[in-house]
Design a protein around this ligand. Structure first.
Ligand code: M6P
Ligand code: ZN
Length: 197
């Protein structure tokens, strides 16, 4: 038997309801509205107006009961609603792991993407049901709903990885994802008028 530093969590199974995408048993539920994302969209005035209007829910994160502690491997299901602020698709706040650890995402429903930024290079991975996106250690990651229905994915990450949101406020994400006339457009983070691809 391995010499566990802490008593091991009891093995158990989690049911994923493919219709509702609910986990059973279920842990904490986090809800983020437009007001939680103020200052992150390219058009802050449009975001502020939308907050005044109805402060829509942008995404929810439903976690399993596995704790975010060292050695554990927690999971969560993020559901991002469809929507845009001045053409910029709804997204998650985005974070980097203060403890350099990787993470995997499995697409469950809808159309989305994974924006990855290491401080200089920006990568956009299109995501769809049954696609696994791999986030290597050290890359900031943000999820974007690029469709017109909910985009949901399962995330699995090391419990001690943590969430650093300040890094993103300081360094940005390298790119933003917009709905263009001929489909999806990646634009410069700091100069959203200029298209990257
Ligand atoms: C995924 C995981 C979570 C994260 C969530 C929302 O489910 O990466 O750890 O909290 O997405 O992303 P954010 O924390 O950036 O709002
Ligand atoms: Zn993460």
């Amino acid at each position: 038997m391995p010499d566990f530093a802490i008593p091991p969590f009891q093995p158990f199974a989690i049911e994923l309801d493919r219709g509702s995408l609910a986990l059973a048993p279920t842990g904490p539920l986090l809800t983020r509205r437009l007001s939680d994302l103020e200052g992150l969209f390219a058009d802050p005035a449009a975001c502020e107006a939308a907050v005044e209007h109805d402060d829509e829910v942008v995404y929810t994160v439903a976690s399993s009961t596995v704790p975010e502690t060292a050695g554990e491997l927690p999971q969560s299901i993020t559901r991002i609603r469809p929507g845009r602020v001045s053409g910029e698709f709804y997204f998650t706040k985005g974070h980097v792991h203060p403890v350099a650890e990787g993470e995997i995402y499995l697409g469950l429903e809808g159309e989305g993407g994974l924006l990855l930024y290491d401080g200089s290079q920006v990568i956009f991975l299109p995501m769809a049901p049954d696609r696994i996106g791999y986030i290597p250690p050290g890359w900031a990651h943000r999820s974007v709903n690029t469709g017109d229905s909910d985009y949901s994915f399962l995330a699995v990450y090391p419990g001690a990885a943590g969430h650093d949101y300040d890094w993103v406020l300081e360094h940005g994400f390298g790119a933003r994802v917009f709905a263009g006339d001929a489909g999806l457009e990646l634009r410069s983070y700091t100069d959203p008028g200029s298209r990257i691809r």
